[in-house]
Design a binder for this molecule. Structure first.
Ligand code: BES
Ligand code: MN
Ligand code: ZN
Length: 486
C-alpha cells in the first residue's frame, strides 16, 4: 500500500485539481447542491441515456468540459451507507484502473454524510484495488500507481473522517500483509518463514516474540500438534507474539490462527484438483499477523496475545495414520480418524496453551472446513460461540468492518458425532454439519475462557481467474480487538 490519503474540504468540486475525480451519486435524482458544472455533466449523461441513476451504474468521462479533473467517474451507489459507498468506490477505481491517474479524489454527490466508516472503507477499497502480487512474479506489470487519495468532506464531518482514514490505513496495511503472506506458495511461506515474519514485526514494534521448535513443543506435551507435523520434513513452529498496550494485570485478548502452510490431507490425501489452493491453509495465521500489525500501528490500550501453530500436513512413512490415538496438551486423547481434519488437531493444543494467559476472550481463526463453504458460500465467515456476549461483539465488529460473519449453532447435540470407542473423542464427526462438529471439537478445549471460532474456509481466498488471498478477516478482527481498548 503506497498511497497517502488526505481530506479536502469542499470548495467548488469542478475546480478540484486531481487526475481523477470519482463522484459517488447517492440519490435517485441529480442533487441540487452539486456544483453547476458537474450537475450539468451528470444531467446531460442522464438525459442522454448514458447513465441511469440506478445502483451499480457508472460512467467514465475523459477531460469533461468545465471540470479541472482530467478524468471524471460517476458511480451510482443507491444509498449513502458505508457499505454502498465502499462498493461504489471500488467500482469507480475499477473504471480508472491502469489509466495513470496518480491523484484520485472521491466525493459524495447527493444526500448523505460521510463518517469514519466511509473513510475507512475508502482506504480499504483503494488498497484492495491497487494490491499486486509480485513476490514470485516480478515480471507482473507494476500498475501505474495511485500515489494520493483525497476524500472531499464537509467541515463538520472532518474529524470523524480523519479518524476513519487513520484506522483504514492501519487495517488496509494489515489486510495487505495477510494477503501477501497467504499468496506466497508453500515452498516460500513455510512455518519458519511465518516465525521469521513474526520476529520481524516484533523488532519493528517492540513486541515480545516466542518461537517454540519441535523439542519445546514435545516437552510441553502437544501430542496433537506434533502428530500433524510429524509427516513433514519441514520443521514446525509454534509462534507466540505479545502486544502490551495496557498494564500487566489486564486480561488479554488472545487470537489463535491456523498455520497449516500446506495441507495435502496427509495419509487421508486430498484429490489433485485444486490442491494448490491448500497453500492458503495458513490464512488464519496470516489474518492474525495482519491484525497484529494493524493494532501495533493504532496503539490501543489493551493487551493482545497472538498464537500461531504452524506446520505442514504431509503424507510420508512417518506420517500419522488413520486410527492413531494421540494425547493432546489438555490430556484428552484423540483418535485421528481422518488425517485431513488436521486444523482442529493443531488448534486444540494452541487453545489449551492459551489458558496460561488467563484471557479475557480467545478467538481462533481457521480455514477449517469445506463444509463451511457449502453452508455459507464465500460471503460470510462462519462464527461459532456459545457466549452470547462475545457473539454480539463479533457481529458488531463484523458489521462495522464490512467484513461479514454469520452465527452458526453449537448445541450439545452435535457433540455426539465425536464419540470414539478408542479415545476421548474422534477428530471427525461425519459429513452432516461438518463445520459445526469441527467447532464442537474445538469447544472441548475452551472450557476455561470465553471463546469464539471463525471458520474462514470460504472467505480467506478466491478461486478462479481472481485466485488469491482476500486478507479477510483482518478488518473484523481489528475492530473486535479495538473494542476491547480501555
Ligand atoms: N483446509 C481444509 C479445509 C478446506 C477445504 C478449506 C476446502 C477450504 C476448501 C481442512 O483441513 C480439511 O481438509 N477439512 C476437511 C475435514 C473433513 C476431513 C472432516 C474437509 O473439509 O474436507
Ligand atoms: Mn485438511
Ligand atoms: Zn486444512
Amino acid at each position: 500500500m503506497d498511497f497517502r490519503h488526505q481530506i479536502s474540504l469542499p470548495g467548488v468540486l469542478a475546480d478540484l485539481v486531481c487526475d481523477a475525480l470519482v463522484l459517488v451519486v447517492t440519490g435517485d435524482a441529480v442533487d441540487a447542491a452539486l456544483d453547476a458544472r458537474l450537475a450539468a455533466a451528470l444531467t446531460d449523461a442522464v438525459s442522454g441515456g448514458d447513465l441511469a441513476l440506478k445502483k451499480g451504474k457508472s460512467l467514465y468521462l475523459h477531460r469533461p468540459t468545465g471540470v479541472r479533473a482530467a478524468r471524471l467517474v460517476f458511480v451510482v451507489a443507491g444509498g449513502a451507507s458505508a457499505k454502498a459507498f465502499k462498493a461504489a468506490v471500488a467500482q469507480g477505481l475499477g473504471q480508472i484502473k491502469g489509466l495513470g491517474a496518480k491523484h484520485v479524489a472521491v466525493a459524495l454527490a447527493g444526500v448523505g454524510e460521510l463518517g469514519s466508516a466511509h473513510a475507512e472503507a475508502l482506504v480499504c477499497a483503494a488498497a484492495e484495488a491497487t494490491y499486486l502480487y509480485r513476490h514470485t512474479k516480478p515480471s507482473a506489470p507494476a500498475a501505474p500507481g495511485m500515489s494520493k487519495l483525497t476524500l472531499v468532506c464537509a467541515k463538520a464531518d472532518a474529524k470523524a473522517v480523519q479518524e476513519g482514514l487513520v484506522r483504514g490505513q492501519a487495517i488496509a496495511g494489515g489486510v495487505t500483509l495477510a494477503r501477501e503472506f497467504a499468496n506466497r506458495p508453500g515452498n516460500h511461506c513455510t512455518p519458519t518463514y511465518l516465525a521469521n515474519q513474526a520476529k520481524k514485526l516484533g523488532k519493528e514494534f517492540g513486541l515480545k516474540i516466542d518461537v517454540l521448535d519441535r523439542k519445546a513443543v514435545e516437552k510441553l506435551g502437544m501430542g496433537s500438534f506434533l502428530a500433524v507435523a510429524q509427516g513433514s520434513a519441514e520443521p514446525l513452529r509454534f509462534i507466540v507474539a505479545k502486544y502490551d498496550g495496557a498494564p500487566k494485570g489486564q486480561a488479554p485478548v488472545v487470537l489463535v490462527g491456523k498455520g497449516i502452510t500446506f495441507d495435502t490431507g496427509g495419509i487421508s490425501i486430498k484429490s489433485a484438483a485444486d490442491m494448490d489452493e491448500m497453500k492458503f491453509d495458513m490464512g488464519g495465521a496470516a489474518s492474525v499477523l495482519g491484525t497484529l500489525h494493524a493494532v501495533c500501528q493504532l496503539k490501543p490500550k489493551l493487551n493482545l496475545v497472538c498464537i500461531i501453530p504452524a506446520c505442514e500436513n504431509m503424507p510420508s512413512s512417518r506420517a500419522v495414520k488413520p486410527g492413531d490415538v494421540v494425547t493432546s496438551l489438555s490430556g484428552q486423547t484423540i483418535e485421528i480418524l481422518n488425517t485431513d481434519a488436521e486444523g482442529r488437531l493443531i488448534l486444540c493444543d494452541a487453545l489449551t496453551y492459551a489458558e496460561r494467559f488467563k484471557p479475557a476472550v480467545v478467538v481462533d481463526i481457521a480455514t477449517l472446513t469445506g463444509a463451511c463453504v457449502v453452508a455459507l458460500g464465500h460471503h460470510h465467515s462462519g462464527l461459532f460461540t456459545a457466549d452470547d456476549k462475545v457473539a454480539g461483539q463479533m457481529l458488531a465488529a463484523s458489521e462495522a468492518a464490512l467484513d461479514p460473519c454469520w452465527r452458526m449453532p453449537l448445541d450439545d447435540e452435535y457433540d455426539e458425532a465425536l464419540k470414539s470407542n478408542f479415545a476421548d473423542m474422534g477428530n471427525v464427526g461425519g459429513r452432516a454439519g461438518g463445520a459445526i462438529t469441527a467447532a464442537m471439537f474445538l469447544k472441548r478445549f475452551t472450557a476455561k475462557y470465553p471463546w469464539a471460532h471463525l471458520d474462514i474456509a470460504g472467505t480467506a481466498w478466491k478461486s478462479g481467474a481472481a485466485k488469491g488471498s482476500t486478507g479477510r478477516p483482518v478488518a473484523l478482527l481489528t475492530h473486535f480487538v479495538l473494542a476491547h481498548a480501555g
